[in-house]
Design a protein around this ligand. Structure first.
Ligand code: TXA
Ligand code: MG
Length: 441
């Protein structure tokens, strides 16, 4: 199967307009497609594939790229599991383009009980969240009616389904044009980091799907927050694009509890790499260093490297790695004329390792750490990516950073964790990183 990556510019597909009962609520969506543009034609092609094919279509959302299929057709939904090689006991989120479309799923056989004519089948508990966060990176659990039109493969046998109204115009337009609810997990190969750019999807799924709609990098970078308002108290099942504090500020959600397991309680030591990883994981082992923890020394890293090798570094707020001993020196890039010159330069500037790293800027850069021993020079190549201190920037960049370092074949990826106190995306980032660094025994 040939996979095509097709650019679609949200500004060129035509006009999207909403009919709303209250401001900002997307009751109904209208799409006037501008059929003269190739962008709109690509959208049409993708919608047709969704309607007819059993091979899923990759499309952008504001969180991560999704791998979509018609949620009402079993054969299409099974195609997602095949393409991703994902175990089928994991329920999928269903994406909608309007509240009307969700209500149709909740009332599959029309209105039978006349008392309920005016009653919104979407449970009241969700109304404040919907008003504030939809369209956007939030998924809510809804009761799946017994005569539901959703394919059973979507819910993996549960009595509820996850519903999301994304805010990316291409996602909305695609769902609206296809006219079906779209089941979509992240468009990565199972166990790999989630895709936040079309290239990531192509890297993982080339030859396994026909079409990737490409609208550039994702705005949020981590998946939607999943909440369960049907339980008492309501629960957050997955941290994501909407923070705990934002949810807690909504009426009825003051007592929301954390319903997901995080692995932070395993302690703050870097986790041992070298085994099989479960989630969000590159091939290279990931060592997450929780904030407020002593950063590993270079001497520690040697144990992961064997005698020589490359390491990847993902820095965030304020890492200052200190060499384990003064015998180490830093060479930047490949052009260092000689070891002794470098040694002198480093000593003279008084910069040391931390200072050198600070000067390297945001982009990935390479530097070489060298130790002179009797048996010859010992070098570690460090591939450094600095994502910045802001949690939103870290969220946007983290999956791409893990993927890039993986492609460089580093022996280990060392990540500086971020603090989770603020009302931001830090909890979602740390949740993904803890999973990426998790060891399956
Ligand atoms: O941001 C996102 O949510 C992305 C983009 C593509 O929209 N989608 C995504 O989908 O992350 P997926 O299928 O990878 O996430 C599924 C997760 C499950 O692992 C589970 O945590 C939760 O959503 N979920 C879905 N349906 C559920 C249900 N009925 N009960 C409990 N959890 C459910
Ligand atoms: Mg996923």
């Amino acid at each position: 199967m040939k996979t095509s990556v097709v650019p679609v510019d949200p500004a060129k597909i035509g006009r999207l307009s909403a009919t709303s009962s209250t401001p900002d609520v997307l009751d109904e969506l209208k799409l006037d497609l501008d059929t003269t543009t190739s962008d709109a034609q690509s959208l049409q092609t993708a919608a047709r594939l969704l309607q007819q094919s059993d091979v899923p279509v990759a499309f952008p959302t504001e969180t991560v790229y999704g791998l979509g299929a018609d949620a009402t057709r079993s054969s299409a939904v099974r195609g997602i599991y095949t393409a991703k090689q994902r175990p089928s006991d994991n329920p999928l989120i269903v994406h909608f383009a309007s509240l009307q479309q969700i209500r149709q799923i909740l009332r599959p056989s029309g209105i039978t009980d006349s008392q309920d004519v005016d009653k919104d089948p979407i449970p009241d508990i969700y109304h404040p969240l919907i008003r504030r966060f939809w369209p956007g990176p939030l998924t809510i659990l809804l009761p799946n009616p017994s005569e539901s039109t959703l394919a059973p493969e979507v819910t993996a046998g549960l009595s509820t389904f996850g519903a999301r109204l994304p805010r990316h115009p291409i996602a909305l337009a695609l769902i609206q044009f296809a006219g079906v609810p779209v089941a979509a997990p992240s468009a990565n190969a199972s166990t790999k980091p989630s895709p936040t750019a079309a290239e990531h999807v192509a890297y993982d799924l080339d030859g396994r799907i026909e079409m990737i709609l490409d609208s550039g990098p994702c705005e949020v970078g981590v998946e939607s927050t999943v909440v369960d308002g049907l339980s008492q108290p309501p629960l957050i099942l997955r941290p994501g694009g909407i923070s705990l504090e934002q949810i807690r500020a909504c009426p009825g959600w003051e007592n929301v509890s954390i319903g997901y397991k995080d692995t932070s309680e395993q302690g703050s030591k870097p986790r041992a790499p070298g085994m099989k990883y479960r989630h969000y994981s590159p091939r290279s082992p990931v060592i997450l260093v929780e904030p407020e923890t002593r950063p590993p020394l270079l001497e520690d890293l040697r144990t992961y490297l064997g005698d020589n090798g490359k390491i990847g570094l993902v820095r965030t707020s304020n890492w200052s790695l200190q060499p384990g001993s003064r015998e180490w020196l830093v060479r930047r890039g490949q052009q260092s004329p000689s070891l002794s010159n470098d040694l002198r330069a480093t000593e003279a500037s008084g910069l040391g390792f931390a200072g050198m790293l600070k000067n390297l800027g945001k982009e990935r850069s390479k530097l070489e750490l060298v130790k002179q021993t009797a048996g010859g020079d010992y070098a570690i190549e460090v591939l450094d990516m600095h994502l910045g201190a802001d949690a939103a920037d870290v969220a946007r960049g983290i999956f791409a950073a893990l993927r890039r370092l993986d492609q460089e074949d580093v022996a280990v990826i060392l990540v500086e964790g971020i603090g989770e106190d603020g009302d931001d995306l830090a909890a979602a980032v740390m949740n993904r990183l803890r999973k990426a660094a998790e060891v399956v025994k």
